[in-house]
Every structure is written in C-alpha cells, then in structure tokens.
Write a protein that binds this ligand. Structure first.
Ligand SMILES: Nc1ncnc2c1ncn2[C@@H]1O[C@H](COP(=O)(O)OP(=O)(O)O)[C@@H](O)[C@H]1O
Ligand SMILES: [Mg+2]
Length: 389
C-alpha cells in the first residue's frame, strides 16, 4: 500500500467529517512538484447509525471518558475508511484527517476548537503517516482556526476575474477570491447555517427516519414565513462582520428543536423558512462584506439540494450561481477532503497553511500534527526529493 510511487509526486488521502455528522468523505490527491493538483477519486462513507448518534450526542455535555471513547471509535473508523478508500482509489504516501469537531469556541484569549478521532488508531489500521489536528496552530497564533480551506480554493480556482466559492456543509463557508491582478486579499468566513438546521428538522420531524430533506422536497412543498424570516436574519451572528466562524453551538439541534417546538403550522413551511434563512443569510453576507463577483461556485452536500441552489439564485440575481461539481469535475462533497489532503502536504513540507487575514491569526503558521507510520523514513526521503525538484 505504501510503495514509493511516482517520482516527484506526493499522493495524499484527505478525510473530511464535517458538522453535518453524515459521515466521512475521502478524496485522493496527487500533488506534482510544480504544485499542480490532480483529483484522483472520492468515496463517501456514512457513519454507522450508532456512531452517528454518538457524534451528535457529543454536542451535549460529555464526560472525559465518553469523549476519549468516541475519540478512539472515530480513529478506528477513519482507519477502516482510509484502508477501503486506498483499496478502491490507489495507494498514497500519507493520510490527512480533519477529525470530527465536537466544540468550536475560538473567540477570546481562552478560545479553543476541538477535533477528535485518534490518529494513532488510523496509523495502526493503515501503517501510514497521518497528519491531523489542523486547527490548533492557527488558534495558538490568535486565529479562529477557521476557515482553513481558502488557500486551497486560491490554489486551484484562482482565475483572471474574481470568484466566490461557497461550501454548503453543516455550516455555510464563503470564500471571495480576487482576480489575478487584483491586490485585494482573499476574504473568507462562515455565513452561518448551511444544511444543519434543515437536517435537524428533517430528523426530528421524521423520528430519525430522514437525515436530510432529500432534494429539498419538504421545503418546496412549503411557504416561507416572511415575518419570522426577517426576525431571524437579525440574529447577532448574521450581523457581526468577518473574520468569524461558527458551529453547532450556535446553530445545532437545540436551536432546531426550539424552532420546531414553537412552530405553529405545517413543518413544510418551517423547512421553507429555514431554507430561505440559509439562502438569504448568504446573500446578505455577500452584499455586505464581499467585493463584486460575477459568479459563485457552490460545493458541499447542499449543492445537491436544487431547492437551495434556486433560492440562492433568487436571492442573488446579479451573480451566476454555478453547481461547482458540474463546472470543475470535483464532486460537491470531495472538495473539502481534497483541501485537507493539500493542507496535509503543506504540513509535511513545513509550509504555512493558514491565511492570517482570513482566520484573524497574528501570523502564518504550519498547520497540523504529524503521526509517523511505518512509511515515515521512506516518506521523509520522498519529501526531500520533492522539495529539491
Ligand atoms: N440530495 C440531497 N438533497 C438535499 N440535501 C443533500 C443532498 N445530498 C447532500 N445533502 C446535504 O449535504 C449534507 C452533507 O454535506 P457535507 O458537505 O458532507 O457537509 P459536512 O462537511 O458538514 O459534513 C447532508 O447532511 C445534507 O444536508
Ligand atoms: Mg459530510
């Protein structure tokens, strides 16, 4: 599994498990010595129901024992996912694991963000070197530890003109990329909820039968409550300027349960209102904070919800809303996993991975913790050859 592979090409497997808690996206990346990235396939593995339940339960108060147990279970699962992914997609030199965020409270001098999933277990299952824990170094440098994907967006999507990249995961992350001769810095931040409230209401309403509103069918059958929508769009998170990032603490099951409990009327109307909330909070953030852009490439699982894309297009009539996968060939849910494979390579090469203007960090820092596997000596030789190319 861990032969040296082609000269001058680094092969990484990125594993992303986002706030949706739907499972693990694994994507294989080949990085040439000239920096050129090649997408080499993707697999999506849902969490087994009991593991998903444990991940969702971790949003509540958690004992140290329960957190430690979940850390190992996730690490073991990542190991199995990585082994299966390499079987299907081909061998790699290293595995980059984002981990599962169980807390994200980066504000202030005592702020923190916590991603779990024991790397040692993934190393044990694969024999390969693992890079994980990408966010801590940025937090230690005074940043939010998020968003980390924008430099990868810049690396693969920079174009002559400006562009917006939107990732619709549990949360919605937005990146504005300047055009090639534009000296303005990249701007990126979380606009607020992506799919998380839609998923939670679908789940609660169906008694756990549905994990999301497939194709936006429920939302399409409802009518948004404009008065409540206007009220919700004034929630403090939407009004605060970037840099900012958010998580399930602000937009999660408790909020969804409260909104559903207070809702008088059809659940389809609540779904339509929440879908409009995602679309319009993004549109407002674009109008308030991002410079002009003719188009927006949309990725993340939410790009597979046509009702959400249509609502975005209605909310931003002057911007061409583009299904990112159709335009670039990178599947909606593979982009973030690829980004972490790329960040893993930056770590192994000793290159900084954060953008201080984006995260609020005081300086650029190398991101990630390295957990050497049996291939470590071979990998170090390969890195030296790669760096000297
Ligand atoms: N066909 C679909 N219809 C509606 N929503 C979808 C569909 N496919 C994926 N999704 C949404 O995408 C989410 C997963 O997106 P993902 O990019 O993996 O987010 P995260 O990174 O937070 O895990 C699901 O929870 C669901 O809300
Ligand atoms: Mg996911």
């Amino acid at each position: 599994m861990n032969g040296a592979g082609p000269k001058g090409v680094l092969r990484g497997l990125g594993l992303m498990s986002g706030t949706s808690a739907d499972g693990v996206d694994a994507a294989r990346l080949e990085l040439g010595a000239d920096g050129h990235c090649r997408f080499r396939g993707w697999v999506d593995t849902p969490y087994p129901p009991d593991l998903r339940a444990a991940v969702l339960a971790a949003n509540d108060a958690l004992t140290v024992e329960a957190a430690a147990r979940l850390d190992r279970r996730l690490g073991q699962f990542y190991g199995v996912v990585a082994r299966d992914a390499m079987h299907g997609l081909g061998p790699v030199d290293f595995i980059a694991i984002h981990g599962q965020t169980i807390r994200h409270q980066p504000a202030g001098s005592e702020g923190f963000t916590l991603q779990i999933g024991s790397a040692a277990d993934a190393v044990a299952a694969t024999g390969l070197t693992v890079v994980n824990d990408f966010r801590r170094a940025d937090v230690a440098a005074g940043g939010q530890g998020a968003p980390l994907v924008p430099p990868f967006h810049q690396h693969i999507f920079a174009a002559p003109g400006p562009r917006l990249i939107l990732n619709l995961g549990g949360m919605a992350n937005l990146t504005w990329l300047p055009g090639s001769h534009d000296p303005r810095p990249i701007l990126a931040f979380d606009t607020g909820p992506g799919n998380v409230l839609l998923d939670a209401v679908a789940d609660l309403h169906s008694g756990g039968r549905l994990h999301c509103d497939q194709g936006g069918r429920m939302a399409l059958a409802g009518v948004a409550n404009q008065a409540l929508l206007a009220e919700w769009l004034d929630w403090p998170y939407f009004l605060s300027p970037p840099p900012k990032s958010t998580g399930r603490e602000a937009f999660g099951l408790p909020l969804a349960a409260k909104l559903l409990g207070e809702w008088e009327g059809r659940v389809e109307d609540l779904m339509a209102t929440l879908l409009a909330l995602t679309a319009q909070s993004i549109a407002r953030a674009v109008r308030r904070w991002t410079p002009e852009s003719p188009e927006m490439l949309v990725f993340g699982g939410g790009a597979e919800n046509p009702a959400l894309l249509a609502a975005l297009q209605r909310a931003l009539p002057a911007i061409r809303i583009v299904h990112g996968a159709q335009a670039t060939g990178i599947p909606s849910q593979a982009l973030e996993a690829l980004a972490f494979a790329w960040l893993g390579a930056q770590c192994l090469l000793g290159r900084p991975g954060n953008l201080p203007a984006v995260t609020g960090a005081a300086r650029m820092v190398v991101l990630g913790g390295i957990h050497p596997g049996g291939n470590w000596p071979l990998l170090m030789k390969k890195m030296i050859r790669y760096k000297n190319k």
